[in-house]
Design a protein around this ligand. Structure first.
Ligand SMILES: Nc1ncnc2c1ncn2[C@@H]1O[C@H](COP(=O)(O)OP(=O)(O)OP(=O)(O)O)[C@@H](O)[C@H]1O
Length: 296
């Protein structure tokens, strides 16, 4: 059964079509990055999946059913929403214990989840003094309580420092690839999720722009390195002899596939050819995302 399924989802707020006929799915064992500029419709889509927004038409299903018909939601889907609010006077542990009680889960899950997100030392601290990054970790801990196999995370990297973002990447990959969970994670920053996700869904102005595996969207039929040199005519055959496919562009610029920058540098050195530029070309994914976010 498909873990997360969005089928022809449509939702307007007055004159604003926040989500306009969007369809995609997320399978178990994979991380999908849900990308788009601010106001693209990401949050509305995720809130539809969690029964917090009623679609005008279409469906948003978790394990084949609408969220509102799940018998024990916390054990089926873990969610982190933007700007999750916590009772500021409660400690992190108490916050999670109250959730456990409400959901009929054993209280020990609170400490286990805090441990999983690296907040064990802050278990007895009041949420009032938590940084944004700590709040994000606490929100993630609450998503983990019921050990679900589906995760819906809205901008979970917000407020995390670089080390926190690195930790989150590893954690999401572990949930999907080791625990077999389906993870849908939204972001308006491509670089934040690029190293984490298996698949990408891009929306803008409520419409689906692109979807596919990261490999499909980033390789472009193989990584391309742009090389500039005044001796392009000599370098091209040497690179080809080393196994590259080489395309000549104007002004002594070569587009090279099949060799990485280091190997290209080595060939140039062997030929005593000076390179004045060596750069990796932007992938299709980077181009698409840049076009969408440019000028914003
Ligand atoms: N409750 C609401 N009432 C009115 N308009 C809304 C509501 N929720 C969202 N919108 C509008 O719908 C559009 C999509 O918003 P949404 O929050 O889903 O986008 P987003 O991709 O999550 O953006 P962000 O990254 O800024 O959160 C925006 O134009 C937004 O202003």
């Amino acid at each position: 059964m498909t873990a997360i399924e969005i089928k022809n989802l449509v939702k307007s707020f007055g004159a604003v079509k926040a989500v306009d006929d969007v369809s995609f799915s997320v399978e178990a064992g994979s991380v999908t990055g849900f990308l788009g500029p601010n106001g693209a419709g990401k949050t509305t889509t995720l809130r539809s999946l969690l029964g917090l927004v009623t679609p005008d038409s279409g469906e948003a299903l978790v394990n084949g059913r609408p969220y509102t018909s799940l018998a024990a939601p916390l054990t089926e889907v873990g969610a982190v929403l933007e700007a999750t609010s916590f009772h500021p006077g409660r400690t992190a542990r108490n916050h999670l214990r109250i959730m456990c009680t409400a959901a009929g889960l054993p209280a020990k899950r609170a400490d286990e989840a805090l441990d999983q997100v690296g907040l064990a030392d802050a278990a007895n601290k009041r949420v009032l003094g938590f940084s944004l990054g700590m709040r994000q970790r606490l929100a993630l801990a609450s998503a983990l309580l019921g050990s679900p196999k589906v995760y819906i995370l809205d901008e979970p990297a917000n407020g995390l420092d670089p080390a926190g973002i690195e930790w989150l990447r590893g954690f999401l990959r572990h949930l999907a690839h080791d625990d077999g969970a389906a993870v849908l994670v939204s972001s308006h920053v491509l670089s934040e999720v690029e190293q984490t996700v298996d698949n990408v869904v891009i929306i803008a102005k409520g419409r689906l722009v692109r979807q596919g595996s990261l490999a499909e969207l980033t390789t472009n039929g193989g990584e391309v390195i742009r090389v500039r040199t005044v001796k392009a005519a000599e370098l091209a055959p040497a690179l080809e002899a080393a196994g590259a496919q080489v395309e000549s562009v104007d002004d002594g610029v070569l587009r090279v596939r099949g060799l990485d920058t280091e190997a290209i540098g080595q060939v140039a050195l062997d030929q005593r050819i000076v390179l004045t530029e060596v750069a990796q070309e932007r992938s299709d994914l980077q181009k698409v995302f840049l076009e969408l976010t440019e000028g914003r």
